[in-house]
Design a protein around this ligand. Structure first.
Ligand code: CP
Length: 325
C-alpha cells in the first residue's frame, strides 16, 4: 500500500472505532458510525479494486448458509482487497451432520477469525451467535429480518445524489413483508431523517409497520409515487413463500410493477433503486434498468466500498468478551 493511500484512510478514520463490536442490525450503529462508514466508503470507492494491507494477517470466515450473488462475492472481494484471508464455511456439511450453528461459530472462532459474515434463513441467528464469539459477527441477511450492509449501500448511494436525506421521501414498492432489505433500509433512512412510504398489496404489508417505521402506507401505487424522491423497488420473495400472498405474478406486476409511466409520477430528479436480484418485467420494466435515474448497478459498486469500511472498522475495533456454551 502506498503511504499516501494509507495516510488518507487513517486521516479520515482519525482513530475512530464503531460503537458496536458486531453488525447484526442497522440499529447497532449510531448516526456518527454511519457517517464514518460513509466517509471511508467514499475513499475506498475511489481506490476501486486496489490491493491494500489494512487487514493483512486477519482471517475472515464467510458463512453463507443461503444463496447469494452480490453479497457473498462483495464481502469476499472486499476482505481480500484489504489483505485479509477468507474461508467459506457455508457448504452445509455441518447442517447435514446436525451440528448446531453455535458450535460451527465456536469452531470458526477457535481458529481465530477476526470476523464471521453470516447469511441465513433464520431471523435473529446472527444476533444469537454474536454473544458467543470473539470474532465480529456481520449479518449478511437473516431471514425476513435485516440486511444492514445493504442499507448502508442504499444510504451512501442516495446521499451521494442528494447530500442530506433529511425530509426526502423514499417509497418502498412491493414485498415489504418478506424483505430483510426493507427491514434495514427503512430503519436507516428513518435514522437519516427521510420520510418513509410503502406502496404494496395488503398481503405484503407487515403488522404495525406504521408504528415501527413511522411509515405512511398505501395500496394506491400512482398516489404513492407522487412527491417521491427515491423509488425503492422490492422483489417478490418467491423463495420465502411470497407467491402465496398474491394471485399471480402477472396480476401483481400489472398492479405494482414499476413501468416508465409510473416512475415518471415521482419527483423530477427521483432515483430508482433495487437491491437485486431484479425480476425484470415483474418488479420493474426492463427498460428502466438503464435509465439515467437508475442506481441499481451503482449500488452494487458501492457495496464493495461499504463492506471494506465495515470490515476494516469491525476487525480493528473493540474487543468482545463472551461466554462459551
Ligand atoms: N442484494 C442482495 O442481498 O443480493 P444477493 O442475494 O445476491 O446477495
Amino acid at each position: 500500500m502506498t503511504t499516501s493511500v494509507s495516510e488518507r484512510l487513517l486521516t479520515i478514520r482519525d482513530n475512530r472505532t464503531l460503537s458496536t463490536p458486531d453488525l447484526v442490525s442497522i440499529d447497532d450503529l449510531s448516526l456518527a458510525d454511519c457517517e464514518l462508514i460513509f466517509a471511508l466508503a467514499r475513499e475506498f470507492h475511489k481506490l476501486k479494486t486496489k490491493k491494500l494491507d489494512l487487514l493483512k494477517g486477519k482471517a475472515i470466515a464467510l458463512g453463507f448458509f443461503e444463496s447469494s450473488t452480490r453479497t457473498q462475492s462483495s464481502f469476499d472481494w472486499a476482505a481480500k482487497q484489504l489483505g485479509a484471508d477468507t474461508v467459506g464455511v457455508g457448504s452445509g456439511t455441518s447442517e447435514k451432520k446436525h451440528e448446531s450453528f453455535f458450535d460451527v461459530a465456536q469452531v470458526i472462532d477457535s481458529m481465530n477469525a477476526a470476523a464471521v459474515v453470516i447469511r441465513t434463513q433464520y431471523s435473529g441467528l446472527p444476533a444469537q451467535i454474536a454473544k458467543y464469539t470473539n470474532a465480529a459477527i456481520v449479518n449478511a441477511g437473516d431471514g425476513w429480518h435485516e440486511h444492514p450492509t445493504q442499507a448502508l449501500i442504499d444510504g451512501l448511494t442516495a446521499s451521494d445524489d442528494f447530500g442530506s436525506l433529511k425530509g426526502k421521501r423514499i417509497t418502498y414498492v412491493g414485498d415489504v413483508l418478506h424483505s430483510r432489505v426493507f427491514g434495514s433500509s427503512a430503519r436507516l433512512f428513518a435514522k437519516l431523517g427521510a420520510k418513509i412510504r410503502i406502496a404494496a398489496p395488503l398481503t405484503f404489508i407487515p403488522e404495525d409497520v406504521e408504528t415501527v417505521f413511522g411509515a405512511e402506507v398505501t395500496h394506491d401505487i400512482e398516489a404513492a409515487l407522487s412527491g417521491t424522491d427515491i423509488v425503492y423497488v422490492l422483489r417478490v420473495q418467491n423463495d420465502r413463500g411470497a407467491t402465496g400472498d398474491i394471485s399471480t405474478l402477472r396480476e401483481y406486476s400489472k398492479a405494482y410493477g414499476i413501468s416508465e409511466q409510473r416512475f415518471r409520477l415521482a419527483n423530477k430528479n427521483a432515483l430508482l433503486m433495487h437491491a437485486g436480484p431484479v425480476q425484470r418485467d415483474t418488479d420493474i420494466h426492463h427498460a428502466l434498468m438503464t435509465i439515467p435515474e437508475s442506481r441499481i448497478l451503482q449500488m452494487v459498486e458501492n457495496g464493495l466500498a461499504i463492506r471494506k469500511a465495515v470490515l476494516w472498522l469491525l476487525c480493528t475495533g473493540a474487543t468482545k468478551s463472551f461466554t462459551r456454551i
